[in-house]
Design a binder for this molecule. Structure first.
Ligand SMILES: C[S@@+](CC[C@H](N)C(=O)[O-])C[C@H]1O[C@@H](n2cnc3c(N)ncnc32)[C@H](O)[C@@H]1O
Length: 227
């Protein structure tokens, strides 16, 4: 169920929107309105979505949390992988700070996925901040997540907020579970990208970096961080 949450002031409050969603948000328009939070002018490519899930033991997952789904390229890939693996017992909880994007994605995905007559993985799109992952899991009686993936633009997030999100991410995963996220090659020119690397190396027992996914604008790579 789509639920609208507080704008939480990160890093700038997003403009309030009427409850009914008048038009589908475009990535570019959201970037122009909020370049720091949106952090990209276009959604990730299906090639990057595939790299985000490559080698993940999809059948073993029950609770999957996604940060910053945007228009849902990774969310759809996760749901498709779960269905392909016959994993109808899993739930995907996606936390999107932008209310317009969260509402549009909920309208697209929730009705189809949460039909009681059709066994399929469940999906919950929340207008919420990744910083609240601990509260959101606790409210659902979930002791942990089995897999966390993120579309957040780490270099543009203030270091304190970034580290708080990453600390809660590591704490939400039992030992041996994965957190995956991506970076842009071009982003390595930004100090925040190196701050992100330092923090994940401190919090996770293993951090691996994939080969470059060239078929993405801009070219990207995936971090696999294992607790
Ligand atoms: C770079 S876009 C990625 C969107 C999508 N995952 C993709 O790869 O195309 C980052 C998304 O994260 C959202 N976002 C930024 N900060 C967030 C936060 N603290 N919690 C949840 N979502 C956030 C933005 O609104 C935006 O939709």
């Amino acid at each position: 169920m789509f639920r609208s949450g507080p704008g939480v002031g990160y890093p700038v409050d997003l403009a309030p929107e009427p409850a009914d969603i008048p038009r589908r948000p475009s990535f570019l328009r959201e970037f122009l309105a909020n370049p720091i939070a949106t952090a990209a002018i276009a959604p990730s490519s299906p090639h990057l979505a595939a790299a985000m899930l490559r080698g993940v033991d999809i059948a073993s997952l029950r609770t999957i949390v996604e940060f910053g789904p945007g228009t849902g390229i990774f969310t759809r890939a996760v749901l498709q992988a779960l269905r392909a693996a016959g994993n109808t017992g899993a739930t995907v909880i996606a936390l999107e700070l932008n209310q317009r994007m969260a509402a549009a994605l909920a309208a697209d995905l929730e009705a189809g996925a949460n039909n009681a007559d059709d066994p399929a993985p469940r999906v919950e799109i929340l207008n919420a901040n990744a910083l609240d992952i601990d509260r959101i899991l606790a409210e659902r009686g979930l002791p942990h997540a089995d897999f966390i993936l993120s579309g957040l633009g780490w270099p543009s997030i203030p270091a304190k907020v970034r580290d708080a999100i990453l600390e809660k991410t590591a704490a939400a995963l039992p030992q041996g579970r994965q957190f995956r996220t991506f970076g842009y090659h071009i982003g390595l020119t930004l100090p925040g990208a190196w701050g992100f690397r330092r923090t994940v190396r401190r919090l996770f027992s293993r951090v691996e970096i994939s080969p470059v996914v060239w078929r993405n604008i801009p070219p990207a790579f995936v971090y696999t961080c294992t607790t």
